[in-house]
Design a protein around this ligand. Structure first.
Ligand SMILES: Cc1cc2nc3c(=O)[nH]c(=O)nc-3n(C[C@H](O)[C@H](O)[C@H](O)COP(=O)(O)OP(=O)(O)OC[C@H]3O[C@@H](n4cnc5c(N)ncnc54)[C@H](O)[C@@H]3O)c2cc1C
Length: 437
């Protein structure tokens, strides 16, 4: 086994958004960074519709909005549209007041071509002198709660003072190593998606769904990543896909059948069947205690938030920024201060629990959606969700007081939605399909 010793201050595992964000911030502060990425080919990255906090986080990495638009990496996302199968639609647009002081929210966030965004970030990353190796971390060596080294599939043993796990949701290296407590939300889900050309640009992210009716919501996203190219993706439960596969349908046929159900999407059917759509499966979950004496977990390795929240990219960039900031502040110490590590974990946990439980209770599950209608349910989810993002980006919680305030606010909102969900479930019958065999 080769031993790479003491060359680097920080080892970052995973070169996705969280890993690149952490690496760039660390390198900007003069730390020597090694990033280990298992899959340099960057197959089918997702995360194309950004929330309102993401542009500032990208700017901090050297990618201002104007540059992303000029280079054709991004298009403006001004609003979100919920479109039901019966043709009714509602537009969710942030209020003008949010763009004014003291909030100063960027009211036009972005859709991005994720392959091009990753490429742009990687160029910055390389320009900062960050060392990137293509290998898979196979083992984490520990002494108690301290990480001593990571060992790669090719047999390199890498030591450094600090470690960041940004290995995404399926790997989750440090959570598995330390058997961290986990909160899971909703069933296993599957996403299948493809890209289509359109004659003219479409504005906003459109979510197509049935609205009231199905006990568990499935939906289709439509995201214009370029003026004439849209990404269309279908999200449903793993169970639903399994059933259809058992009936003999291919993934391509399942995808095409779903597009067929929505008038706006039927026009794309002639293009489907050219290939199988891209697919991925996931389970929303959040780990607790994602920071230890000399390590932190960032991005989806720490918290997988549902794609409907449009919060995964923001979370990955934000975790990368916060995890690196903790290391930079404590670079001359041997360990992270316990309080700072605990506060980082609390912020990751409470925000992701809020987003996941909110979207499950209010939109995916039937009781609230059936009681107040899909459009009002959309308001009930988006108003607190957008507000929390504003609060977070303006409050910039770091220490005990601000983090505790944030946790209290998030927990109050979460418990209120839990209680409303419970009430709606007790006071109405489930929709017909819920009782079907
Ligand atoms: C279907 C779907 C749609 C989504 N849509 C949106 C959206 O519209 N908006 C939004 O904001 N978010 C969205 N998200 C979420 C968003 O894409 C992710 O949260 C974000 O990209 C996560 O970035 P990451 O860096 O944490 O993880 P990843 O991008 O998964 O990066 C992890 C990296 O680690 C590498 N790796 C894994 N194991 C190892 C190992 N052992 N050794 C070395 N390297 C390793 C992997 O190869 C990978 O490159 C979506 C997610 C899904 C599943």
């Amino acid at each position: 086994m080769q031993d790479k010793k003491d060359n680097f201050d920080v080892t970052v595992i995973g070169g996705g958004l969280a890993g690149m964000s952490a690496s760039i911030h660390l390198a900007n502060a003069g730390l020597r960074v090694l990033c280990i990425e298992a899959d340099p080919l960057d197959k089918d990255p997702v995360g194309e519709s950004l929330d309102w906090s993401a542009p500032d986080l990208l700017k901090a990495l050297g990618l201002p909005t104007e540059y992303l638009l000029d280079q054709g990496i991004a298009t403006y996302k001004r609003h979100v549209i919920l479109k039901l199968r019966n043709g009714l639609e509602r537009h969710y647009v942030p209020g003008e007041w949010l763009g004014k002081p003291p909030y100063n929210v960027n009211l036009r966030t972005l859709h991005v071509d994720r392959s091009e965004l990753n490429q742009a970030l990687r160029e910055i990353f390389i320009g900062k002198g960050i060392t990137l190796i293509n290998d898979r971390v196979a083992h984490v060596e520990t002494t108690g709660r301290v990480i001593k080294a990571v060992v790669t599939a090719q047999g390199e043993r890498i030591t450094s003072k600090w470690f960041i796990d940004a290995s995404g949701s399926s790997a989750g290296l440090f959570p598995r190593t330390f058997n961290l407590p986990v909160y899971e939300y909703g069933p296993h889900k599957v996403a299948m998606w493809d890209y289509f050309t359109v004659p003219e640009s479409i504005e906003g992210t459109t979510l197509h769904a049935d609205g009231a009716g199905p006990p568990y919501m499935e939906w289709v996203w439509q995201i214009p990543i370029h003026p004439t190219i849209i990404s269309v993706g279908y999200v449903t439960t793993g169970e639903a896909v399994k059933e259809k596969r058992q009936q003999g349908l291919s993934v391509g046929e399942i995808f095409a059948a779903q597009l067929q159900r929505f008038p706006d999407l039927q026009g794309f059917l002639h293009e489907t069947g050219k290939d199988q759509p891209r697919t991925t499966s996931f389970r929303c979950r959040v780990f607790a205690k994602v920071a230890g004496p000399n390590w932190l977990v960032a991005g989806e390795a720490a918290a997988m938030v549902d794609p409907m929240t449009s919060n995964g990219v923001t979370a990955a960039l934000r975790h990368g920024a916060e995890a690196s900031s903790l290391i930079i502040q404590n670079r001359n110490r041997e360990r992270l201060p316990r309080l700072a590590a605990a506060m980082y974990s609390q912020r990751v946990l409470s925000l992701a629990r809020f987003f996941n439980s909110g979207i499950e209770n209010v939109l995916y599950d039937w009781p609230i959606r059936n009681r107040i209608g899909a459009f009002n349910a959309g308001d009930l989810y988006t108003i607190p969700a957008w507000s929390m993002n504003v609060v977070y980006s303006r409050l910039r919680p770091q220490g005990l007081i601000k983090t505790t305030l944030l946790r209290l606010l998030l927990a109050t909102l979460r418990y209120s939605l839990d209680a409303f969900h419970w009430f709606c479930k007790r006071t109405q019958s489930p929709p017909a399909a819920a009782t079907a065999p």
